[in-house]
Design a binder for this molecule. Sequence first.
Ligand SMILES: [Fe+2]
Length: 279
Amino acid sequence: MNKEMAARKVYNNEPTKSHDCVQSTSNTEQLAASAQTKILGTLAAERLSSLITPISTDHFFKNIWPDNIHYTQHAGALVNDFINQEEFRDLSSLLNIPFKGLSRVNFNNQDDITSKTGLRPEQMLKAYQLFQATIYLQDLQMPLIQSWKESLDTVLNLDPGTSRVGCFISPIGKGHHWHYDPYETIIVQVSGEKRWYLASDDWQRGIGLGHDRMLEYQEWAKCDKSKVPTPEKYQTFDLKPGSVLFIPYGHWHTVENLTESVHLVLNVSRSYLLTGTKP
Ligand SMILES: [Fe+2]
C-alpha cells in the first residue's frame, strides 16, 4: 500500500491492522491519534513538496511563501494522482462534483461580463458549449479534495477549514481583464493549456478595481475600463496538465486560454485572518 492509500485509509477512519494484545482503550486511542497525526503531517508535507517541486519545502518557506510567485512546470506524482481522478476526466463528470457556495457561469468578452449563478450541471454545460461561457465551481466537495484541503491547512499553518479547492472550466481565448484576488492561490492545471500574465514585482499589489469575486462583477460591468490599471511589465507562465503556479495575495494577473482549459484553484488564504475574505 503506498502512502497516499494508507493516508486515505486513516482519513476514512478505516482500521489498518487488527490487534490481538490487550491495551487500555484510552492508551490505544492516543496511540492511534498520534499515528494518524504523524501520517497526515507527513502526507501534507509530501503534497506540498509535490506542488512546488523541484524546490524544497524549506526553500519555499524561506524564499517564496507568502509573497513571491512560484512556477512548477511538472508537478510531482501526488499532484498528478490528484488531477487524474475520474471526476476530472470529462466536463460532465466535473460539473457533477458536489460543491458548496457559488457556481458561476460567465458569459464574458473581457470588458462586458454577464454572469449567472445557480445553474444546474446540464445548463452549465450548455452555456459552455453554446456560448463559450467560463464556468467557475467554488469549494468542490469530494473525499480526496477534502483530504488535500486538510493537508494544505496543516502544512501552511492555516486555521482548519481555511483552504478551498475550486475549478475553472474555460473556452479558448482571453480571460478576465487584469485584476488581483484578495487571497493566496495555487493554480493546478488539469487539462488544456493556459497562459498566465503576472505583473512584474515592482507593480502595485492589491490596489484598484477588479477583484474577481461575485460582488464586484456588477461594479466591474459599470466601471470605466480605461481607469483600470494595466501593468506594462509582466512575466508569462504557460501551464500544461500537471503545471502549478503560486500567486501571492494581491498580485495582478490576467489569463489567456491557448486551448480549452480546466484548472483547479487551491485557495490557501493566509490573508483570511486579516481580510475576513474567503475565496
Ligand atoms: Fe484571478
